[in-house]
Write a protein that binds this ligand. Structure first.
Ligand SMILES: [Zn+2]
Length: 138
């Protein structure tokens, strides 16, 4: 079993009850081959607290993670077979034949990026298909 991969951030927002500053915590994790996310927010002033979790990362949390941590890159060996990479990309990202070609181009040129757990997920799927791939957080 592969080690879980986490990307987490702390941030603040305005409390919806009293307007004080909320202490917020968000994490995206790759656990047992699937992505999940959690957030927790707590108000030190009035005690308001909320927690949420799910599978597909909300765009706002994803933006926060990427701006705070910087994007991770997916790297594959140059000799990797494009047909195999395309098959993995289509299966994992649900891409059609047209859009998978532009993503493939990004992957083979080392330009494809995302959150670290997202890139680790793809790298793991590629390795399972015999492609030498790694996720790198610059
Ligand atoms: Zn409050």
């Amino acid at each position: 079993m592969e080690q879980p991969v986490f990307a987490s951030i702390r941030y603040s927002a305005a409390c919806q009850d009293c307007g004080a500053e909320l202490e917020c915590w968000g994490v995206q994790a790759l656990v047992n081959g699937s992505l999940r996310w959690d957030t927790e927010s707590r108000c030190p002033a009035c005690g308001f607290a909320v927690a949420a979790c799910g599978g597909d990362l909300p765009a706002e949390l994803r933006d926060r993670l990427l701006s705070e941590r910087g994007p991770a890159l997916l790297q594959v060996v140059p000799s990797a077979r494009n047909a195999v990479i395309m098959r993995v990309l289509r299966a994992e990202l649900g891409l059609d034949l047209v859009s998978v070609r532009s993503v493939l181009n990004e992957v083979v040129t080392g330009a494809y990026s995302g959150t670290l757990p997202e890139m680790e997920l793809l790298a793991g799927r590629l390795r399972a298909s015999g492609i030498d791939a790694v996720a790198v957080q610059p």
